[in-house]
Each structure stands twice: as structure tokens, then as C-alpha cells.
Design a protein around this ligand. Structure first.
Ligand code: ATP
Length: 420
């Protein structure tokens, strides 16, 4: 199906030497890519080009040869190193002309702001021959749109995101929709936890490798995996229909590890389950220092089910706030099954929550021993029926990784208890 579809190639060129330093990142292309995707267009390539004469012309020339949609952002300012207008004109092999109305509009804008216009602002009134001027109510440099061949367009957009975004939406979005063949993208966005990236890939690759449409991507961050499938078709319904049988085939392979079919975070899924069960939760955290509570409270509306937590790093705090007995801590140590259980029970009892969840472990780099190496983490759960258990994990990596994994697996444990 994919090969017979008339796919449109789009590409973005971000202009500006500052984005070739560690200080500044190109974010405009992320916004533009999301909008192009909405229109059914995938990006083939993007680049960042410094303010170097000649370089931009070459990049634009190449882009015009290989892509139907070329978006050039930035470099529309008044200074010497703002080269976008001239470079695109040169790449197209056409000239520029100065439009007095634009200069007058800039002058008016400056007057209102109480600033004086400078001679070099004149340059911002230069328009590529054949281009449509796109008004920029939020800045001085207008954008430009030029269809350089039937169904092919190049756009020049201002660099500042607060100018580019409204301008693109007001002037380019519907122009593109009119110009492009009907094309829709349907996406499947799954989230998986409890398996490694290679395990997930080994399970689902035999299925997704059979297709070029949809396109599949697996993204992995500490303990959390995202599976994205993107199907292209002329209509949204057709694109959705491509995904259905593939999803049906893949889901059973991932089993209980597939925690969301709608791209929600683990804390969102846990929140939904608590709301539907009309239950509440409290946390007691040692080595994660509040990470679990922070994630639970990140969800809007979490006050309906998240009562609060205890950040008990020292043994004294575990005793005083969670009523973990001195004898228990003495006998088993703070990083133990018994302590994890007692902390979860303490959090639940003190808050009268339905669920108490605890994390206690050794995040390192110091403090490990042969029996309990760095990375040892106990997660305790105390439930509404008085049941209580603790699970031991051995997480890899440095302190930050261990803490992140511990937070993830605490939420994962809660999730598995709630979904039954
Ligand atoms: P102006 O009319 O304001 O001069 P311009 O089109 O010349 O606009 P630039 O001078 O290239 O734009 O960039 C202005 C500012 O916009 C930069 O300092 C930067 O902060 C921001 N900017 C430029 N390009 C991007 C980008 N791709 N992503 C995010 N921010 C950007």
C-alpha cells in the first residue's frame, strides 16, 4: 500500500548559527513537524544551516530538488547575516523586489512601539519574485510563500517561535491542505513497562517487519517503552483500518506489560484505575526522595486519589512518621522486605488511604555490600484488604538511573495490583 501512495516529501531548514552552538536548540521544526503530520505529511529530513553566505543557497537548492514542501525558518531579520530571502531567491534562480507597503508597515509598527526604524530594516521589505507575502502581526519580518512548481511550495518563516507559530497556522496550514493530495496518518501509541527494549522488539518485530505501512518506531527510556505505529492512507478511516489487525496480533504478545493503548503515562493509568475503583493512595519514599509522589501528583485531578506521602530518608523519620519499629529496623535494616512492608502499612494507616506504597533501597554510589549491592530496591504495597507484600529489585546503573527505575517500578507495582 505504502509504495503505491503518492507520498509528499517535506523538509525543514532552520537557519541560524546560534543553533550550531550548545546554547540554542531548534524547536520550530518540532512544532512544524507536528503540524505537517496532521496534514498527513512525514518529514524526510531536516537541517540546521549557519549564517554563512552560499551555504544556505546550496541547502535550499538541494531541498527544492528533492522535496515538495520546503520550510525555511529564521534569518529574516534586518542584519547583514540574515540571508534567507536572498539565498532562497538565488536557489530558485529568481530576483527580489522591494515592497514599500511592507517597509511602511514596519515603520508604523516601530512608531507605535516608540522605536526608530533603521536603514537596514528596508531589507525586510524584500520579496522574492512570485512570492505571496504572509503578514506577521507579532514581528517585523513577514513570511513568504511561493509555489515553485505545481504541488510544490517553499515557505520562509520568521525564527522566533511566538511569531512563527501563529503565522504558520494563519497563513500556511490551509494553503498546504488545499495544495496537498488527501492523506491521513493514523497512529497507534502504546506504552509498555516491565520488559527491556530488546525484549519488546523481539516480541513484536516479526509482525511489524512484514509491513512498510505502517511505519514502526520503538522508543525507550528507563523502564518505559513506547511503541508507535503510523499508517498512511487517503482517509483517516482507511489509515485506522490498516492498524486494527496489526494491533490485534501484537497486543497478546505484550500481555500485561502493555499498560496503555492511548499513550498515557503510567501515573495517568494508575490515576484512572484509582478513580474507577474509588480508592486512594499514599506513598512512603526513602531512596526515591519523592519521585513517586511527584509523578502521581503530576496528573491533573490527582487530588481525587493521591492523599500525600512521607519522605522518610532517615531511620528516625521512618520510626516517627511511619511507626516502623526500632526493633524491626535494627533487626532487618531499612533496606529490607520487612521495612518496605512496614513503611507501606505506615503510609496507609497514617493517611487512611486505600493503598500504601513504599520504596526503600540503595541508590549508591556508596552503601552497597555483598548481600545488598547498590541498586537493591524494595517496593512495598499495602492494599485495601489488609494484604501487604514487598518485591525486591536489582536495578542497573548510577544513582539517577536506580532512582528513576525505582520510581517507575513502584508505579508499575501499583498498576498491577489495581488492574486485577
Ligand atoms: P527577526 O525578525 O526577529 O530577526 P528572524 O527570522 O531573523 O526574526 P532569527 O534572527 O533567525 O529570526 O532568530 C530570532 C530568534 O528566534 C533567535 O534568537 C532564536 O531565539 C529564535 N529562533 C530562531 N530559529 C529558531 C528555531 N528553529 N527554533 C527555535 N527558536 C528559534
Amino acid at each position: 500500500v505504502f509504495d503505491t501512495l503518492n507520498l509528499v516529501n517535506a523538509e525543514i531548514i532552520a537557519v541560524g548559527s546560534e543553533m550550531l552552538t550548545p546554547a540554542k536548540i531548534d524547536t520550530n521544526s518540532l512544532f512544524l513537524t507536528a503540524k505537517l503530520n496532521e496534514l498527513g505529511v512525514e518529514l524526510q529530513t531536516k537541517s540546521i544551516v549557519g549564517d554563512v553566505p552560499g551555504l544556505l543557497t546550496d541547502s535550499v537548492k538541494l531541498a527544492l530538488q528533492r522535496s515538495e514542501i520546503v520550510i525555511v525558518t529564521g534569518g529574516l531579520g534586518p542584519t547583514e547575516d540574515d540571508l534567507t530571502r536572498e539565498s532562497v531567491a538565488e536557489a530558485l534562480g529568481v530576483g527580489l523586489h522591494r515592497q514599500d507597503e511592507i517597509y511602511l508597515a514596519i515603520e508604523e509598527r516601530f512608531r507605535k512601539l516608540g522605536r526608530k526604524i533603521t536603514e537596514n530594516n528596508r531589507k525586510q521589505a524584500d520579496v522574492i519574485n512570485g512570492a505571496t507575502v504572509l503578514p506577521n502581526p507579532n514581528g517585523t519580518a513577514p513570511g513568504q510563500w511561493l509555489e515553485f512548481a505545481p504541488g510544490k511550495a517553499v515557505m520562509l518563516l520568521p525564527g522566533p517561535p511566538r511569531e512563527l507559530e501563529p503565522l504558520f497556522m494563519a497563513e500556511c496550514y490551509s494553503r498546504l491542505r488545499t495544495m496537498l493530495p488527501p492523506m491521513a496518518i493514523a497512529t497507534l501509541f502504546w506504552r509498555i513497562s516491565g520488559l527491556g527494549e530488546s525484549q519488546v522488539d523481539a516480541l513484536v518485530a516479526p509482525i511489524y517487519k512484514r509491513y512498510t505501512n505502517p511505519v514502526t518506531t520503538i522508543l525507550s527510556s528507563l523502564g518505559d517503552i513506547q511503541l508507535h505505529l503510523r499508517a498512511h492512507a487517503a482517509t483517516e478511516a482507511e489509515a485506522e483500518a490498516i492498524l486494527v489487525p496489526i494491533a490485534e496480533e501484537m497486543a497478546p504478545l505484550l500481555g500485561e506489560h502493555l499498560y496503555s493503548r492511548r499513550g498515557q503515562t503510567l501515573e495517568e493509568v494508575v490515576g484512572e484505575l484509582l478513580v474507577s475503583r474509588q480508592e486512594t493512595i499514599a506513598v512512603a519514599e526513602s531512596c526515591t526522595g519523592g519521585l513517586v509522589g511527584a509523578r502521581l501528583s503530576e496528573v491533573a485531578g490527582s487530588s481525587r486519589y493521591f492523599l500525600g506521602g512521607f519522605l522518610t530518608y532517615s531511620d528516625a523519620m521512618k520510626r516517627d512518621l511511619l511507626c516502623v519499629s526500632a526493633e524491626l529496623l535494627e533487626e532487618h535494616s531499612a533496606v529490607s522486605e520487612a521495612s518496605a512492608k512496614a513503611m507501606a502499612v505506615g503510609a496507609k494507616a497514617k493517611t487512611r488511604a486505600s493503598w500504601g506504597v513504599s520504596v526503600t533501597g540503595l541508590a549508591g554510589p556508596d552503601g552497597g555490600n555483598e548481600l545488598q549491592p547498590v541498586g537493591t530496591v524494595w517496593i512495598g504495597i499495602a492494599g485495601p484488604d489488609g494484604e501487604c507484600k514487598a518485591v525486591k529489585y536489582q536495578f542497573p546503573g548510577d544513582r539517577n538511573r536506580v532512582r528513576t527505575f525505582a520510581g517507575q517500578y513502584a508505579l508499575l507495582q501499583i498498576y498491577h495490583h489495581l488492574r486485577v
